[in-house]
Design a protein. Sequence first.
Lengths: 425, 744
Amino acid sequence: MEREVFDKSILVVGGGISGLTTALEAAETGYRVILVEKEAFLGGRVARLNKYYTKLCPPSCGLEINFKRIKRNPNIQYFTLAEVESVSGEEGNYDVAIRVQPRYVNDNCTACGECEKVCVTEIENDFNLGMDKTKAAYIPYQLAFPMKYVLAPEIIGTDEAKKCLEACKYNAIDLGMQSETINVKVGSIVVTSGWKPYDASKIDNLGFGKYENVITNVMMERLAAPNGPTNGKILRPSDGKEVKNVIFVQCAGSRDENHLPYCSAVCCLASLKQATYVREQYQESKVTIFYIDIRAIGRFEDFYTKVQSDENVSFIKGKVAKVEEDPATKDPIVEVEDTLSGEKIKAKADLVVLATGIVPNMSDNKIPVNITCDEFGFAVSDPSKTGIYAAGCAKRPIGVAGAVQDATGAALKAIQSTLRRVTNG
Amino acid sequence: MDKKIGVYICSGCEIGESLDIDALAGVATSEYKVPVCKNHPMLCGEEGSSLIRGDIEKEGVNTVVIAACSPREKTNVFSYDPTVISMERINLREHVVWCHPPNDEDTQMLAEDYMRMGIAKAQKMAPLEPFSEEINKTVLVVGGGITGITSALEAARAGKDVVLVEKGPELGGWMAKLWKQYPKTPPYLELQETGIDSKIKEVKSNTNIRIYTGAKIDKTEGAPGLFDVTISQDGKSETVRVGSIVEATGWQPYDATKLGHLGFGKSPNVVTNIMIEEMAKKGKFVRPSDGKEAKSVAFIQCAGSRDSNHLPYCSSYCCLTSLKQAAYIREQDSNTKVYILYKDMRTPAQYELFYKKVQEDAGVFLTKGEVVGVSEDSDKNLIVDVDNTLLGDRIQIKADMVVLATGMVPSAGIQVKDLPLEPEGASDEKKKEEKEPPKDFIIPSDILNLKYRQGPELPNLKYGFPDSHYICFPYETRRTGIYAAGCVRQPMDGATCADDAAGAVLKAIQCVELTAQGKALHPRVGDMSYPDLYMSRCTQCKRCTEECPFGMYNEDEKGNPLPNPTRCRRCGICMGSCPERIISFKDYSVDIIGSMLKAIDVPEEDEEKPRVIAFLCENDAYPSMDIVGRKRLSYNPYMRVIPLRCLGNVNLVWIADALSKGIDGVLLIGCKYGDDYQCHYIKGSELANYRMEKVKETLDRLRLESDRIRILELSIDEYDKLPGIFDDFMETIERVGPNPYKGF
């Protein structure tokens, strides 16, 4: 039995929880991995969550272990501020061009913070979904990996950038850094390009973008997170008031012909989780969840049972028709039919959270690989096509446990591609 | 070879501006007489790291102490082969200069104590010698259903030899009993073939897969890379050696005879979803009572599921299965009416499109509702009373046949042998009274029959599933090298089972690859240390054999622990449990930490400078403290932090040593334990808590205030609470006063 081994390395496109997992699992099994991530840090969407359901544990706990594993493993090479530009070749032998944007900070950076001290310009804080600002010389968040500063392109060429350069004692700032292309050869490719939230402003009747106190579930995570724009205090946008009465609108723009026809699988549990945030922070608060079906699947049912037992949380089956606003108080008003009683309700709240869905990044930004996607932009597994695989939300909407499960299996598939077997007889 | 220590102090990142570096170096050279002590303004740069490498290569330095930033930073720069060079890192940046006032006496004393502690540790660390033995890399797959078959194929495709053991006479499991599958591929609307037949063919024709059907496992001995599994088949026994194990033994349907309240067993025409699938394979949906074809079928969802009297959890597959079966029935005869009575329809992701399609079929009527009764008339037709429906009032549905959509019970949750369900002698009540250490719950399900001291199967966590309940690490297992996959791990459908199989196989392969290099698995991946036992002082107290979360130790008849290094996760919990302190790692031991404690310079009582030790778990508490530094938050300068692999490492002798040295208090901070535990070693912090309760009794007897010891749980994102926690503890220490043993 002969075994022909092609280039043993694996390319992982996307450094969120799925990409991190595929990369680590393959690397620890002994294979070289090249991990490419578009943002300046690894962790993607989950780094921006406050807690995971249903254990209500912080994402940084698992991420810290993963980053520790990366630090200990010379098999992984990662590129941030990077995207795959082109791919050619076939299974076992792909030529990939990776385009890396300049960070203007090199590996000498000790994250001491001197550049940030002298920087004055502020930019939108992408980590907090634009809900606050950060300096133009910044570290994405306290546990960011790599723990290295970033200089926003906005200040390059200005005096500000020069000040940062002068403040740095370690020659870590390189204002002349250019974007570069790195060419690599890999044996297989795993696409873990993840997702972005559905644009809630497209859901006309639900008031997002019109009324300040209508926010989305991803924004709620940032509000509740200790490293978020309000240091973890859930305050409503219009006046910074503490919330006493919160309404969650499930399936906002999901399971809907006019928006996303599919179900995003995580939003029910996410809203249950966020309901516990509100309840824990404000003892007297009330939460109402308007839903179609509560999809707390498998053993996650326990969590639903737990939240249901809280008297201050009510569940009403009904699809929300409309969200408006009381102009005097800026309180949002939700119009919905309670389908079990037949009653039409107009419910007022301090804050409305739209449980919006998951849109795969490949729906409008296809990675230049030969991968089939369904009509929504999710990658389709094709057992006849080997060499390029997908995992996590690039394949279908899924929560963290499912994504990690998936990504672990994808590592195996990628490894199999790098091995070729020629059996005798 | 003789130890030669080199101490390297970095004066960058404000360290040089905040501390008297010369005095700090003086601790190393004068107090500890280290032969090499240098400093550099940027130790992590090219010049700095070359300085260290030069000393290693030319000056024979073989133990490196780096006093600079956190050990979590610049790991690629300060990285040496642990089998040759021992390294200790002292955190002068995040834990000293970034959160304490510069050029301050207390800050300087803090830095100097850390220098002492770091050198004390370095003096006793030894280079690692990885465990080395002939490691077998065959994967054993237990269970020949979709998960087992897929596991076997995936492992074979990855170049491994496989042994597949199936209890029944045929491969295929429940998947082989299905007529069709619900749609998994775009456009997500049409029912699909199961594909199980071709998979069975493939697995049978793969020469790397040895299949045993009609077989079971009599016993499993050994450890990862070294498992000896005895398979019995047709009255004969065979022992095979394997490297790792995938447990894919699937599920049984919930016992419908318990659903008498829904008519099962009372009315013959009340059947289960399993029975409908059998009918579908035969092509006709006939009533058991009279053999007539059913022209109206009512599905009752969550039958015995999401019900605290039956299965509290949701089995995830039943909503989609009922929709599929509705489609079968409607396809077979478009005049047959189908009713689906549900609590919630759970069709996540793209499965929603199939749900929509079935909803659009005018012959299918779906409503949410509570089924309050199922009765039958004289013709054995069924009458289903449903309340709280979408139609408003209570409705009554008449149907020729009723289908109960029953749930899944994992095979690991089914007790097969006549053995007590609970671990010997420990009921919950007794546990609380006697304060026993937390024990695993293991149901003797006759699957692996492990010859492990702690029990014969994978520990069950909740509802019989042997899953470890980690969100981030779903394949994590309490028995190293043994991975549960498919429905035995969690309720899931066929497509997910196939994915799960691939994941479990990856972990099984990774296990043998790492083990062959003498390296540990998750979470201390790559660690080549492992426990050494100084057996001549063992008193056979059995604490290590009982408390190891992974069942690493077997036991002989006398109670002596028998270590199995390839099962070890290197957490050191056994080290903490041993009252004789006989367990140690080459780079981490009771003595090493004890030496660190004793190295602390404790001022006399009249100086009014208390000293407190803070044991911090390296997984969550330590990074959290780094962030406190990064945010430049300040707190009292009297804490001396000692990072531990797990809070479960804490050996009570350290408390005694600390107190007898005059240290005023000991703070322990670890990860959350309990139902939603965070501890990366399952029960490390819980054990620490249990041990601290014992220590409080001792303290009270010594007339030392038990307030001097505090143990807390902390999540990694609770860094803002740390300064308050430290200062609050210091207030308590000030209240109880200085340790009377100071200066003794």
